[in-house]
Write a protein that binds this ligand. Structure first.
Ligand code: SAM
Length: 223
């Protein structure tokens, strides 16, 4: 994609405001920086052309390769749970369309994002480069290994579900850092937030969710 023009972004500003108000604010997402970021990031540019009219709807959307761009509320709730202030180094597992990568890139110093499917990673890179994000580093690989030579991370976001959060990723979380991830099997998943303090991990749950599987060495096997 070529450089995105202000007109391309502005064209959906009303829908974005409505999405933020009705799907995020009214359901309890309070982090103003997250709300502002999601009012800015042009979600329609990450949706497939045939689904443009549903880009700001209250649902996940297919992005090809049997994967999805997460529902706006889930993106907002997960991002808010990271508590980003602006200086963090963030690891994201599951670039997907790149939409949540963009939201996090608006809120943190640097984002390292890993996607196992080459086509999706390439497509996301194109859109994000078109939007001129300079603080995103991409990798095509099995993200269950994390990114050891860039660890520790101030925050880790996993956007696909494993039975348990891989230890390999928990190890790469820095002191005071937060990791947000769905866990569980196909039919029974919850969003979990881990916090590392004094080397110890505390855990809280944000509620039920439904994500595609985290496939890899420390996740589910590819079928
Ligand atoms: N947040 C993304 C967005 O805004 O479009 C949606 C991510 S989608 C729900 C989950 C992604 O995780 C898929 O693109 C999938 O291919 C990827 N994935 C699954 N297992 C992975 C792994 N081991 N390493 C990296 N990516 C993985």
């Amino acid at each position: 994609m070529n450089r995105v023009t202000p007109e391309m972004i502005q064209s959906h500003a009303g829908q974005r405001r409505k999405m933020v108000d009705e799907q995020l604010v009214q359901r309890g997402v309070k982090d103003l920086r997250v709300l502002e970021a999601m009012s800015r990031v042009p979600r329609h540019l990450f949706a497939q052309d045939s689904l443009l009219h549903r880009a700001y709807g209250d649902t996940p959307l297919p992005i090809g390769e049997n994967q999805t761009i997460s529902q706006p509320y889930i993106v907002g709730a997960m991002t808010a749970a990271l508590g980003l202030k602006g200086e963090e180094k963030v690891l994201e597992i599951g670039t997907g369309s790149g939409y949540q990568t963009a939201v996090v890139a608006e809120l943190a110093r640097q984002v390292f994002t890993i996607e196992r499917l080459n086509n999706l990673s390439r497509k996301a890179q194109k859109v994000l480069e078109g939007l001129n994000y300079m603080n995103i580093v991409f990798k095509m690989f099995d993200g269950t290994y994390g990114w050891p030579d860039q660890a520790p991370f101030d925050a880790i976001l996993i956007t696909a579900s494993a039975k348990e959060i891989p230890e390999s990723l928990i190890k790469q979380l820095g002191e005071g850092g937060k990791l947000v991830a769905p866990t569980g099997d196909t039919d029974n998943q919850k969003l979990v937030v881990l916090t590392k303090n004094g080397g110890r991990i505390s855990r809280c749950e944000l509620g039920a969710c439904k994500f595609v599987p985290l496939i890899g060495r420390y996740g589910w096997s590819a079928t």
